[in-house]
Ligand binder design. Sequence first.
Ligand code: ADP
Length: 629
Amino acid sequence: MNHLKKTLSYFFRDELSIKHKFVNVILGSALLVQVPGIVVSIVVGTDLIGLIIQVVMAVFIGSILYLTNRFPESIVPPIMISTGANLIGFPIMFFVCGGSGTGIVIWMLFGAIFTWLLLDIKWSVVITVIIFCILTGCLHIEKEYPQYVSFLETRNDEIMDTSIAFIFVAVIFGLIFKYQTYAYEKQAKILRGSDEELRKLNEELAEANTRLESASAAKSSFLANMSHEIRTPINAVLGMDEMILRECKDNQILEYANDIDSAGHQLLSLVNDILDFSKIESGMMELHPVEYELFSIMNDCYNMIHMRAKRKELEFTVENDPDIPAFLYGDEVRIRQIIMNLLTNAVKYTKDGSVRLIFSYEKTDDRNIRLIVSVKDTGIGISEENRKYLFDSFKRIDEKSNRNIEGTGLGLSITKKFTEMMGGEITVESVLYEGSTFTVAIPQLIADKGTVGNFGERLSHKREKSVEDSGKDKSAKKDRFTAPRARVLVVDDVKMNLNVVRLLLKNTGMQIDLASSGDECLKYTLVKRYDVILMDHMMPIMDGIETLHRVREQADGLNADTPVVALTANALVGAQEMYLEEGFVSYISKPVKSVDLEAALVKLLPKDKVEYGPSDPHEVKESQDSHDN
Ligand code: ADP
């Protein structure tokens, strides 16, 4: 039984095509017919030649069956079966086994039909025509020359032979068609199954996709929240440190405070990078194009980098094509960030030599240019192999040798994303141990007429002018002022933040009240009229937005139209628009610097309460430091 199963599974194995399996059914059935046929022939006393032919046929069918399964790809065996049986076997049987009175005509019909099952249509037509001619020829010879036909002895033998042929052929075709139906049904079932599997797979994929999306959204919102939470204490640390830098006279403590300041700003830029990254990842990053002056970007980059370069004894130069349009339209903040990232890296990864910042442009048409900014350094360089990972997020190259250099591996990936968001591209050329050149080319609109001129000349001119101005009138510094008659209310749930703001504004001499919740704020606004309110956003129970609305609607309140400034660590994209829409007059992001705070306040305070006084010597130093950072 097992042996039979094994043999059957060999003839119907999966790698065989359906057609091939038919061949096996036909040949197997023919063999099954042939063997009892031989027995019957012996019983009915068919002559020796007839018997030999039947045996030869059985051997022939057996060998074709073997060859077909040995070489399943070949079309030779099916052609051999068809031609062998139809063109040789059956005609010989016609004459030897009794002529048209026997079952041979049924066998010939069988041969023609299985040719159609086995071969392609062209071969089937050809062989059928030949079979037709052979059959007609045989019948004709039988009629005209009956002496060539070896008839069976009795009519009974002929009837038996015909009946047997009928039974066998009917059974063989029955088997073939049954198997065909079975094979197609099986195939259809498999297809239905794989359809079902595909559907399930699709569902699982969609589910996995949703899970991934929500995981990614959760990650982004986690990063955004984390950076918000981290910015709040950094605000306190940097604010307090600013007070130490401003008020302390002890050099040792000033040195410590300077270190805190630089580490704090490093931490801040890290948090900002993570925030930018999470915004880009979650698709929340938007560009905010404005009209800007290119010289101001050049100047800021120069101011921010030249001190760092000097500390490392690197030569730092800014070069430019003087014909670049002076006023452009684009996302100034992001362009500044891109250049600063490249410059910071250049200084970080260069031990000696120079860093050059080069501005040039290509005119695309009358209204558009491609602003091209290159940062060239003579630093450690990047090997060809490492260059392909350069823009991957969180990927730092040569971690071993760069261990002592701070970094997250986010700067370049953010830079590339910003550049691409603006329709530009970034390229890098580098020779290991000799230096690197990073170049960004960003499309920008020309906003106004005029060219930027030579940066070096403009810078020295600017310096001379500022020395002159400061000599003429030291008190001309607009941002620093006193306003002892002005009243300001600061609302924040974190005590330390309240103190930071109070201390940062100490020099202005303003009257400052501190409220540590929305409720407390409403108590103050009921009894005192303020010139400005500085309001934190994220506060428990009643947040800054709700508090603002309540202040506006407060019956008998004294501050229905007092300007309220949002002072918050929420640095998410769109925050500014949201605050303005809610009714805040402006928005300051924490950690806040006294300069920014004063600049925002001086715009809002009544003019008659503001007095500009001589500036304090600490302030000059402070503003330089803030540039360096
Ligand atoms: P990181 O915070 O590590 O500086 P970046 O994304 O800015 O992250 O840079 C990725 C890596 O590219 C760095 O770790 C550094 O190995 C390499 N790299 C970037 N800029 C330079 C450069 N100017 N010279 C040599 N290597 C650089």
